[in-house]
Design a protein around this ligand. Structure first.
Ligand SMILES: Nc1ncnc2c1ncn2[C@@H]1O[C@H](COP(=O)(O)OP(=O)(O)OP(=O)(O)O)[C@@H](O)[C@H]1O
Ligand SMILES: [Mg+2]
Length: 248
């Protein structure tokens, strides 16, 4: 609401509720995506709208091929929708290449199933490298990498190469890399699919803690039923549309 108008149009209780309401960090509105394969058009997303607040964990579930990765890529500004609007951290980015690039660097952290770490770089260097790409260098980048590795519980593994880390620890490095630079939004695509049950649970609990403590908006794509223990909302995707969200 426009603050200038607030005193004239709302009672005090309503204004206070507005001020306390969680801040939206990510919204897609009526997003559509059609892929063209030769002469065939495949309509993968047919009008998807979803908003995520600070500190909120949203799980996205759906059958293989239902468009989960496609939607996550659009939310992360690495894929352009055929139609619809995207707002990240209060900024409308749809169709604006410069804004998309900027938001990708500042406001989005991605975590993938396969960790995607550089094998020849230590945990610390993997995170620093991501920061370098975002424009942070030198001591500032080193300190930020150390901070986020501490946050994921790997302060004592900073000098380890990926080959000397367990799967769960590698995923923690990937989560630290996503957190580096304090983006408002974390997007995770099947982050526990390569991990055994106990480690997968730890990773989901870490995601939940980070979303709450660090005030991130988090979307996790997963087939993992354990996600229901950590998600505030579970949203289904089927036939290109979202099913009604289920409160948890
Ligand atoms: N670049 C592309 N060109 C053509 N079709 C694509 C492209 N990317 C995705 N698709 C199609 O879009 C549909 C949705 O793919 P997507 O990867 O989003 O599914 P998903 O829900 O993530 O599946 P999974 O659970 O298997 O990862 C699939 O039919 C896929 O073949
Ligand atoms: Mg996928």
């Amino acid at each position: 609401m426009n603050a200038m108008l607030a005193p004239f149009c709302c009672d005090r209780e309503e204004r206070e509720r507005d001020a306390l309401s969680p801040r939206e960090v990510l919204a897609v509105e009526d997003v559509r995506k059609t892929f063209e394969e030769g002469s065939q058009k495949v309509e993968v997303l047919r009008g998807v709208s979803l908003a995520v607040d600070q500190g909120e964990v949203v799980a996205l579930e759906g059958p293989s091929g239902s468009g989960k990765t496609t939607l996550l890529s659009i939310m992360g500004c690495i894929l352009t929708p055929s139609a619809g609007r995207i707002r990240i951290a209060g900024r409308e980015v749809s169709g604006d290449e410069a804004a998309l690039r900027d938001v990708r660097k500042r406001s989005i952290g991605f975590v993938f199933q396969q960790y995607n770490l550089f094998p020849a770089l230590t945990a610390q260097e993997n995170v620093e490298y991501a920061l370098n790409v975002k424009g942070a260098r030198g001591r500032g980048a080193a300190a930020e990498a150390a901070r986020v590795l501490d946050l994921v519980g790997l302060g004592d593994r900073r000098r380890f190469l990926p080959r000397d880390l367990s799967g769960g620890q590698k995923q923690r490095v990937a989560i630290a890399r996503a957190l580096a630079g304090s983006p408002e939004v974390l997007l995770a695509d099947e982050p526990t699919a390569n991990l055994d049950t106990a480690v997968g649970t730890q990773i989901l609990e870490l995601f939940q803690k980070l979303a709450k403590d660090e005030n991130k908006g988090l979307v996790i794509v997963t087939h993992d039923p354990k996600v229901r223990n950590v998600a505030d909302r579970v949203v289904g995707i089927r036939d290109g549309r979202l099913s009604d969200p289920t409160e948890h």
